[in-house]
Design a protein around this ligand. Structure first.
Ligand code: HPA
Length: 243
């Protein structure tokens, strides 16, 4: 039994949704999973649940905020048999064509935090999503009518960055949004040879001036629901046969 996820082999499904917020884990299990999901972890308040989605096994496990916390959870999920991690959450939008409540799939996650690179053990390492999961997310989003962007995101170690120029520099490099866990998830997935993708909804627009615009609570609730439903479908979708 791992130190932080107090669960045994078989308590988690191979496909695991990974929100940062423990209350969002409970909400996903109660709102989107089939009735009857069970609590599998509550150590440190990091709630985890296992059940089914449209009849297929699925788990949801909260990660906390930032790479160090999330990295512990990703590692322990792998110990417990996870083979596909789907991060769900929010991001700050960086590009003009990204609007509040749009869905972003991070094809890569630049590591503006040393933790993933230290874990990879190679300075030039580029954290990347599993392509087949990006493809599945794009196809499923198109079918549902959601506005979806697929491209690079940046994983920051700072929510409150005293350098007001950071966002503009990531924007210039084509990054769609900023969040705080994807690069760690992609790196653990690469080291452990499992699948991973980060699907986030845009909760804030971050302008080059350093100003920002926050989504309304009602729009956030709608955006998060659409994104989480999409993520459930991505998590349980059948992998395409090897070409
Ligand atoms: N920074 C990092 N993570 C975030 C942000 C942000 O501005 N907004 C939502 N998640």
């Amino acid at each position: 039994m791992p130190v932080h996820l107090r669960a045994e082999d078989g308590d988690y499904a191979p496909n695991v949704l990974c929100p940062g917020d423990p209350r969002r884990a409970r909400y996903i299990a109660e709102t989107f999973f089939d009735p009857g999901a069970r609590l599998v972890n509550e150590e440190r308040g990091m709630l985890g649940f296992t059940g089914t989605f449209e009849g297929r096994p699925i788990s949801v496990q909260s990660t906390g905020m930032g790479c160090p916390s999330a990295g512990i959870v990703f590692e322990e999920l792998v110990m417990l048999g996870a083979t596909r991690l789907v991060r769900v959450g929010t991001c700050g939008g960086l590009q003009e064509h990204v609007r509040l409540a749009d869905v972003i799939v991070g094809s890569t996650a630049s590591a503006d935090d040393r933790t993933p690179i230290r874990y990879a053990g190679m300075d030039g390492y580029a954290p990347a999503a599993t392509f087949a999961l990006c493809e599945a997310a794009a196809r499923l989003a198109r079918e549902s009518g959601a506005t979806l962007h697929v491209g690079p995101i940046v994983t920051s170690g700072l929510f409150y960055d005293p350098d007001r120029g950071t966002f503009a520099r990531w924007k210039r490099l084509g990054h769609l949004g900023v969040e705080m866990e994807a690069a760690m998830m992609y790196t653990v997935a690469a080291v452990k040879h499992i699948e991973a993708v980060c699907i986030v909804t845009c909760s804030d627009l971050l302008f080059e001036s350093g100003e920002s615009q926050r989504i309304t609570d009602a729009d956030l609730a709608r955006g998060v629901d659409d994104m989480m439903r999409l993520a459930c479908h991505v998590a349980v979708h059948d992998a395409a046969p090897e070409a």
